[in-house]
Write a protein that binds this ligand. Structure first.
Ligand code: ADP
Length: 621
């Protein structure tokens, strides 16, 4: 994420700031030291100069003061006048005031021409008094009360050269020291100006240096941001072998590594996506709260939800199994759950298997649910169960009936000349029925396992049907059917229709339909065999005028063991497998079998077989 760096946070500012701060600190230190030293030196020089002038003046004034002290009237020279003219000569060049007092502190001379009136008066100057008492030089800086200027004031006591060293008076010298300070100020000002220039220059230089330093860092920043955004195309320029250069090199290597890793992750994701998309099982992945995050195409179809509808939904509510199972049970033991996903009349049963997505630490980050369509499997399972139950039932019924007759025979009925043959006949019939049923079952099992192959021949189907009908015509005229009034009617084509069939099997199918027509027409009636031909099929139909089949049962009669009236079928020795076998055989031939019926009126069975019309020229090809 891009975060704006504030001005004061940037490394650039920090470097510039530190450099300038250091410079200012150094300049401060140098400046303070430099100005104090200069000031001290200049002031010392000034004082020394004054001291030299003072010594010179002292040597000139000493004889005059001696003269004044002796006070001899006959002097040719007036010491006071001499002193004054000397002082007048001396003043100027920085010296603002000169005064000479005698040993009584009476002013005997002044350089100030406007103050000649103080001559002859007692001086009230404190420094003069101090010099008199301490008998030593009194140097002091004073402030001029009028101009506020600083002055350098020296009071020098004058002693006689004679051995007694008598105190003769004192000289007071005041000079303007302000010029020295002005000089110091000027020097300080020059120093400040150069400092300012130095700071500005260093600011520019520091900025340049820090920019040079931070440029590679900025580039690295941009590059790493690009890497974070998934753009690995850029390469950083390596400016040198220093730490920054090495870092840039490392970032380039890192970029390559990340690009490679990303590529392999992408490839992996694509592979996973394609596996998920093309899986025949449905796959749904959730987060740890059971909210769907991935759902593949198959799962969408199975659950009849689009991607958008399912994502974010709770897995259990989408599977509609909230009442049977909770997230907790899934987490504890990943049992399979059967999900009824029937929608719009289409029965669909799914088996949902759960597994956990676990990290190495054991933390469960989600659930994967694999959905397997078990509708067909369950149907087959159900059929198998039904089949076993049907077979057992059929066998048990026959065996129970046989057992009761055999028991009766064993109990003495065998001696009864009337009962014994009847009972034996029943057991024989039951045995026959069981044998027939087992044969039928074996036949079906052979067809199921694909072991029953057809022995195809080109057969004239018109002739075959005619033959079967004739055989049954003879049968209905036998003694057994004498009481009932059956009639067989034929509406066959007048031409030979050659079809490729297994004749034995096809006759078995026709026999079965004819047998049923007789069996289920208890009151007799006409049985009509018809034939019809289309461009690509020959259709045989056999109609009876029997009891008919209820509409609801019409498409069930071809399933194994299905009988409309179980008791009647049994009484007739049927097993409920005849039509099932017929259907399998016809389908083996690539044909179709179906029935139409009106309850109480009669039934028609249709049998269509593929047929390629025989053409003259084909014969010789
Ligand atoms: P079954 O051995 O019971 O005859 P099939 O498979 O041949 O077994 O027939 C299945 C069932 O279809 C019969 O039990 C009967 O209820 C019904 N069925 C078959 N043919 C006819 C028909 N021509 N008229 C009425 N019902 C029939």
């Amino acid at each position: 994420m891009k975060k704006k760096i504030r001005f004061y946070q940037s490394i650039n500012t920090k470097i510039v700031f530190v450099i300038v701060l250091l410079l200012v600190f150094a300049l401060q230190l140098i400046g303070a030291n430099f100005t104090t030293q200069i000031e001290r030196q200049l002031v010392a020089n000034f004082q020394e100069d004054r001291q030299v002038q003072m010594s010179f003046l002292e040597s000139a004034i000493l004889p005059l003061l001696e003269l004044e002290a002796n006070n001899t009237e006959d002097n040719e020279v007036d010491p006071v006048q001499e002193i004054n003219s000397l002082l007048a000569d001396f003043s100027g060049s920085g010296i603002t005031d000169l005064q000479v007092v005698n040993d009584d502190l009476v002013v005997v001379g002044t350089s100030d021409s406007t103050q000649q009136n103080i001559i002859g008066q007692l001086s009230d100057d404190v420094d003069l008094r101090q010099a008199l008492f301490t008998e030593s030089t009194v140097p002091r800086q004073v402030i001029d009360p009028v101009t506020n200027n600083r002055r350098w004031k020296v009071v020098e006591p004058v002693f006689s050269d004679a051995d007694d060293g008598q105190f003769l008076g004192a000289i007071l010298m005041e000079s303007n020291i302000e010029s020295v300070y002005a000089q110091i100020s000027q020097i300080t000002w020059i120093f400040l100006q150069s400092s300012a220039v130095a700071i500005i220059l260093s600011l520019v230089l520091a900025n340049m240096v820090s920019r040079a330093l931070t440029k590679p860092i900025k580039e690295m920043q941009i590059q790493t941001r690009q890497i974070a955004d998934g753009d690995y195309s850029g390469t950083l320029k390596v400016y040198g072998e220093d730490e920054l250069g090495q870092l840039a090199g490392l970032i380039n290597d890192l970029s390559d590594d990340v690009a490679e890793a990303q590529e392999s992750i992408d490839a992996e994701r694509r592979r996973l996506n394609s596996v998920l998309t093309h899986m025949t099982d449905g796959v749904v992945a959730t987060d740890r709260r059971g909210k769907i995050i991935i759902i593949n195409d198959m799962a969408q179809t199975m659950l009849e939800r689009t991607d958008e509808e399912a994502i974010g939904e709770n897995l259990l509510s989408v599977l509609n199994v909230e009442e049977e199972i909770t997230l907790r049970t899934i987490l504890e033991k990943q049992d399979d759950v059967l999900v009824n996903a029937s929608e719009g009349g289409v029965a669909t049963l799914l088996r949902a298997s759960f597994s956990l997505i676990q990290r190495e630490s054991g933390f469960i980050s989600g659930i994967v649910c694999v959905l397997h369509d078990v509708t067909e499997q369950e149907r087959i399972d159900e059929e198998r169960k039904q089949f076993v139950s049907n077979v057992s039932h059929e066998l048990r019924t026959s065996l129970t009936s046989m057992r009761s007759y055999i028991e009766a025979l064993a109990d003495g009925a065998w001696e009864d000349p009337e009962l014994a043959p009847r009972f034996l006949e029943v057991t024989q019939n039951e045995t026959d029925r069981m044998i027939r049923m087992i044969q039928d079952l074996l036949h079906l099992s052979r067809i199921d396992s694909g072991k029953s192959s057809l022995e195809l021949e080109i057969v004239d189907i018109t002739e075959m049907l005619d033959h079967v009908l004739n055989r049954f015509d003879m049968l209905i005229h036998s003694a057994e059917y004498e009481t009932r009034n059956y009639r067989i009617h034929k509406e066959l084509l007048r031409e030979a229709i050659f079809v490729e069939v297994d004749p034995d099997r096809m006759i078995q199918v026709l026999d079965n339909i004819m047998n049923n027509a007789i069996k289920y027409s208890p009151d007799g009636g006409t049985i009509t065999g018809r034939m019809q031909k289309t461009d690509d099929a020959v259709i045989i139909s056999i109609s009876d005028e029997g009891m008919g089949i209820p509409k609801a049962d019409l498409n069930k009669i071809f399933t194994r063991f299905y009988r409309v009236d179980r008791a009647r079928s049994r009484a007739m020795g049927g097993s409920g497998l005849g039509l099932a076998i017929s259907k399998e055989v016809v389908e083996q031939h690539g044909g179709r079998i179906w029935a139409e019926s009106k309850e109480g009126k009669g039934t028609t069975f249709y049998l269509s077989l593929p047929y390629v019309p025989f053409e003259e020229e084909d014969e010789w090809v």
